[in-house]
Design a protein. Structure first.
Length: 364
C-alpha cells in the first residue's frame, strides 16, 4: 500500500515539475545544460534548416516546433535570460518579461526578410509590383585553414546606413506617364512626362550592427554567407544584402585541394637511408604519426587516409593527407676512404640516364 502511494506521489511531482518549468529548451536544441554559446548556436543553425515549416509541410506541428526552437535559442543564447531560465524555467522568464518576442535570426542573417529563402528556395511568390532594392555589398571574409578544419564563429561590426525621418518632403515614386493636351478642335497631342509623389523627407544615419558568421567545418573558397537587408539602402525601397565570400589565408604547412591536404617534409640523408619516425602536428593540434623503415628517396610520397579536411556536407568524412619527402644531402667533401665504404654499403652501380621528365617519360 505504501509503495503504491509513494509511486503516485512521485509521478505527481514529476507532472508538477514539468508544468512549473515549461518547455525544456536544452532538449529542444539537443544540447546539454553545460553547452557553450557556440555549441548552442551550431545546434540552432542546424535544426533551423531541418525544422523550417516550408520544409516540413506534411507535419501539422511544424510551426509550433519551429517557434519552440526559436524561443529556446533566444533564451539560451542570452546570458541573462539563460540564468533566469536555469533558476526558474519559463515562469521566471515571464515574471522578468524576457520570454519570447525577439528575432533569433537577426544576428545570423541580418534584419528583415526570411533567412530560409536562400536555403530552400521558399521565398513568397505573388503578383505584386516589384519593390526596388539597394545594391548588394559583396566582401571577402578571410579565414584560416584551422578555422575551416574545426569551425568557428566570427563577430563583425557593420556600419549600416539606416533611414530616419527628416523635416520637409521629397519627390518619390517617380514614373513616366502619358499626358494628352488639346491643340484645338479635333486636335490632340500626347506627350510623356515624369510624374512624382510627395513623400516625407528622410535622412540616412549610420548605425553599428553586430553580425555573427559561422565558419562551418569543410567550407570552401567562394562559399557565401548572406545577411538580408544589410546592404546598400534604397530611398524608395528595401536595402540590398551583405554577402560575405569565404577566402582562405595561405598556410605555412598545408595546401588544400578539395578535401585533401598536401604537405612536404624534409629529412636528412641518414634518415632517408636508415628509416625514421616522426609526428606532424595537424590543424587542430592532434599528432599524425609517420614511420618508415625502407629507403626514402627525394619525391617519395605517402598518404594518410582520413587526415585531410572534413567534408562540408558530411563532417564525419575526411579527405586524405599527402606527405611528400625532400632529402637534404650533407654539404662538404667526402674523403676517398669513406667514398669506398659508401660504395660497398650501397652496392649500387653508376646510373647516367637522360630522359624527358616533363613529357611524362621515365628513365630506361
Amino acid at each position: 500500500m505504501y509503495k503504491i502511494v509513494f509511486c503516485l506521489v512521485f509521478v505527481s511531482l514529476l507532472v508538477v515539475d514539468q508544468v512549473f518549468s515549461g518547455r525544456d529548451f536544452y532538449a529542444i536544441l539537443g544540447v546539454s545544460k553545460r553547452a557553450t554559446k557556440n555549441e548552442i548556436k551550431k545546434a540552432y543553425r542546424r535544426l533551423a534548416k531541418e525544422m523550417h515549416p516550408d520544409k516540413n509541410q506534411d507535419d501539422p506541428d511544424a510551426n509550433s516546433k519551429f517557434q519552440d526552437l526559436g524561443a529556446a535559442y533566444e533564451t539560451l543564447s542570452d546570458d541573462e535570460k539563460r540564468k533566469l531560465y536555469d533558476r526558474g524555467g519559463e515562469e521566471a522568464l515571464a515574471r522578468d518579461g524576457g520570454g519570447g518576442g525577439g528575432d533569433p535570426f537577426a544576428s545570423f542573417f541580418g534584419g528583415g526578410g526570411s533567412p530560409f529563402g536562400d536555403f530552400f528556395g521558399f521565398e513568397g511568390q505573388g503578383g505584386e509590383r516589384e519593390i526596388p532594392r539597394g545594391a548588394n555589398i559583396v566582401l571577402d571574409l578571410w579565414v584560416t585553414l584551422e578555422e575551416l578544419y574545426v569551425g568557428n564563429f566570427v563577430e563583425l561590426t557593420h556600419n549600416k546606413p539606416v533611414m530616419k525621418p527628416a523635416k520637409g518632403t521629397r519627390k518619390c515614386n517617380c514614373r513616366q506617364e502619358m499626358v494628352t493636351r488639346s491643340l484645338g478642335p479635333g486636335r490632340f497631342q500626347m506627350t510623356q512626362q515624369q510624374v512624382c509623389d510627395d513623400c516625407p523627407n528622410v535622412k540616412f544615419v549610420n548605425e553599428e550592427h553586430l553580425l555573427e558568421v559561422e565558419i562551418e567545418p569543410g567550407m570552401n573558397n567562394g562559399m557565401e554567407h548572406k545577411f538580408v537587408s544589410e546592404g546598400e539602402p534604397h530611398m524608395d525601397g528595401e536595402p540590398g544584402d551583405l554577402v560575405l565570400q569565404i577566402r582562405t589565408y595561405p598556410h605555412e604547412m598545408f595546401e588544400r585541394r578539395g578535401d585533401d591536404l598536401y604537405t612536404n617534409v624534409t629529412i636528412s640523408l641518414v634518415d632517408a637511408l636508415n628509416g625514421f619516425e616522426m609526428d606532424i602536428e595537424h590543424l587542430d593540434g592532434h599528432k599524425v604519426h609517420l614511420s618508415r623503415e625502407k629507403v626514402t628517396w627525394p619525391g617519395a610520397r605517402i598518404r594518410k587516409k582520413g587526415e585531410g579536411m572534413p567534408n562540408y556536407e558530411n563532417n564525419n568524412l575526411f579527405g586524405t593527407l599527402y606527405i611528400t619527402f625532400d632529402v637534404e644531402f650533407p654539404k662538404g667533401q667526402i674523403d676517398d676512404e669513406n667514398k669506398e665504404t659508401l660504395s660497398k654499403i650501397l652496392n649500387q652501380k653508376s646510373i647516367n640516364s637522360v630522359y624527358n621528365g616533363l613529357g611524362g617519360f621515365k628513365a630506361s
